[in-house]
Write a protein that binds this ligand. Structure first.
Ligand SMILES: *Cc1c(COP(=O)(O)O)cnc(C)c1O
Length: 220
């Protein structure tokens, strides 16, 4: 199936309130253009410089999401245009995003990445750490960022009971954090292999790559 056909299939299966982030990391600009021509406007990348290079050449009404782990020293390369940063997992990073956003007179939306997987390799904060951040005085002082939700990645496993449990945990954490920070509205969870499950458990933003663009040549 073509990118266009895959996209249309997936889109038609998603509930209306669920935002589809087309994860285009490692894929050439021509693939993104094909998805764009089929109506897709939200794209997710996990490398800042790759995203910036694509932003330069593609139509300017694309909404760019940074879904990967963010290095503080690279925030400046995306501050001008990024729409949503999914992987915020510490205050120092948030402070740098705020600083760079200010330079461009922008307010950048961010999600707190919550660790729900059992794998040590996955990043993210605990519910306690996220609570501490949202209630801290230094957080209140940041004017050029808004925390609008949470993001999480389930363990890479065939055990769907475990994956469902982890998604439930993220939904619970979202509820707890929302009670102290009303701006929260987005729950970014679910990828090609598990997005249906994620939606059943309350996701309203799914990040789908390989099911749209095909397998990547190298795993990232
Ligand atoms: C690559 C990636 C995805 C998409 O993965 P697929 O399995 O190709 O759908 C989603 N979220 C993050 C954070 C990723 O790095």
């Amino acid at each position: 199936m073509s990118i266009k056909e895959q996209l249309i299939n997936i889109k038609s299966s998603l509930p209306k309130e669920v935002t589809l982030v087309a994860v285009s990391k490692t894929k050439p600009v021509s693939d993104l253009q094909e998805a764009y021509d089929a109506g897709q406007r939200v794209f997710g990348e996990n490398k800042i410089q790759e995203m910036a290079a694509k932003w330069e050449v593609l139509p300017k009404d694309i909404s760019w999401h940074m879904i990967g782990h963010v290095q503080r020293n690279k925030v400046k390369y995306m501050a001008e245009f990024v729409d949503l940063i999914h992987g915020v997992d510490n205050f120092k990073l948030l402070k740098e995003i705020d600083k760079q956003a200010k330079k461009h007179n922008r307010v950048i939306d961010c999600l707190l990445q919550i660790k729900i997987a059992e794998e040590d390799s996955k990043f993210g904060m605990s519910e306690e750490e996220a609570t501490a951040l949202l209630t801290s005085n230094e957080f209140q002082e940041l004017e050029n960022i808004v925390i609008v939700g949470v993001m999480g990645m389930a363990t890479f496993t065939d055990n769907l009971t475990q994956v469902r449990q982890e998604f439930k945990k993220l939904k619970d954490t979202f509820g707890v954090l929302q009670s102290i920070h009303e701006r929260l509205e987005t729950i970014s969870m679910g990828m090609s292999g598990d997005y249906e499950l994620a939606i059943e458990e309350g996701s309203n933003m799914v990040r789908i790559g390989s099911s749209i663009f095909g397998a990547r040549n190298y795993p990232i």
